[in-house]
Design a protein around this ligand. Structure first.
Ligand SMILES: Nc1ncnc2c1ncn2[C@@H]1O[C@H](COP(=O)(O)OP(=O)(O)OP(=O)(O)O)[C@@H](O)[C@H]1O
Length: 272
């Protein structure tokens, strides 16, 4: 095997590059999630354990070793939703055209404005690359063109399907009355009710853009990547949706999941 300076082989260099790439990808997967703090904790734990081993502190290194094994299993259980979301993100197909049409987005924004004016709560998920089929199955299957009267009728008080969320794929409403996963309460959004927590929950485990109209406040917000954006007016909502759905290439060229979510999150942080 050829070597660089007679010491390091090209295989070693390739090995290091691949490990660096994998560590960076792992960092991208946990960045911005509640798992970041846990990763920090694990690094500190590993540091103390290594120190105990190097200093030959037998009892401490034995205890930390045992705790580490148990902790590993506990982490898999506690972070099952995040692990699932991360694996799903890794396997997510790239470049699939599932973007909502321009007319559909206009209709979504207009209906949200009208619902907000009348203080009617609404929850709408726009599918991007992550298929939302399993959540659509929890509701009533529909296949209707997105339109202002239809969305208004779905969420109207006392309408049979007003409870739960609506799922939009491309330019079609595919399901209504859907149950979204509630965000695991990490404290940040504790003051919000279940509608907002359901929007946050779905956006945490998928790359969907989730829109919420608050019944209580008549506000319109976007949940993305497990974060809730600020109150938006109609123009801002239209602009943000356009950016999230179209502004990364062609109409079909959705932002790459990590980029899209990270970029959206950053915008939310700045503006919140
Ligand atoms: N898991 C869920 N998936 C989808 N929709 C849900 C879920 N949980 C609650 N909802 C919807 O949220 C409604 C209750 O909203 P709630 O008042 O608790 O939330 P909120 O965040 O305070 O919203 P608002 O500001 O509109 O009052 C329910 O009637 C139902 O339509």
């Amino acid at each position: 095997m050829s070597t660089v300076f007679g010491l390091v082989s090209f295989r070693d260099v390739l090995d290091i590059l691949l490990v660096t790439f994998l560590v960076y990808q792992a960092y991208l997967l946990v960045a911005g999630t509640r798992a970041v703090n846990v990763v920090r904790g694990i690094v500190v734990f590993a540091g103390v354990w290594m120190a105990a081993l190097l200093l030959n502190l037998t009892t401490l290194s034995f205890l930390l070793g045992r705790a580490g094994t148990v902790g590993l299993f506990a982490l898999v259980v506690v972070f099952q939703p995040e692990l699932r979301a991360a694996l799903e993100r890794v396997g997510r197909p790239r470049g699939r055209d599932v973007s909502a049409g321009v007319a559909a987005l206009q209709a979504v924004v207009r209906s949200m404005e009208r619902l907000a004016e009348r203080r009617i709560g609404a929850l709408i998920a726009i599918e991007r690359r992550t298929p939302l089929g399993e959540y659509a199955e929890t509701g009533v299957t529909l296949d209707a063109v997105v339109s202002v009267p239809f969305l208004e009728a779905l969420f109207a008080r006392n309408a049979p399907l007003h409870d739960g969320g609506v799922i939009i794929q491309g330019s079609r409403v595919v399901s209504a009355g859907c149950l979204f996963p509630l965000q695991s309460s990490d404290g940040t959004y504790r003051r919000y009710g279940t509608r907002h927590r359901a929007a946050l929950g779905l956006s945490e485990v998928t790359d969907a853009v989730v829109l919420v109209v608050s019944e209580e406040r008549g506000s319109m917000r976007i949940a993305l990547g497990g974060r809730l954006g600020p109150d938006l007016n109609g123009a801002e909502l239209r602009e943000q949706l356009r950016a999230l759905i179209y502004d990364h290439g062609s109409v079909g060229g959705m932002p790459a999941p990590a980029e899209g979510v990270a970029a959206g999150t950053e915008t939310f942080r700045e503006r919140a």
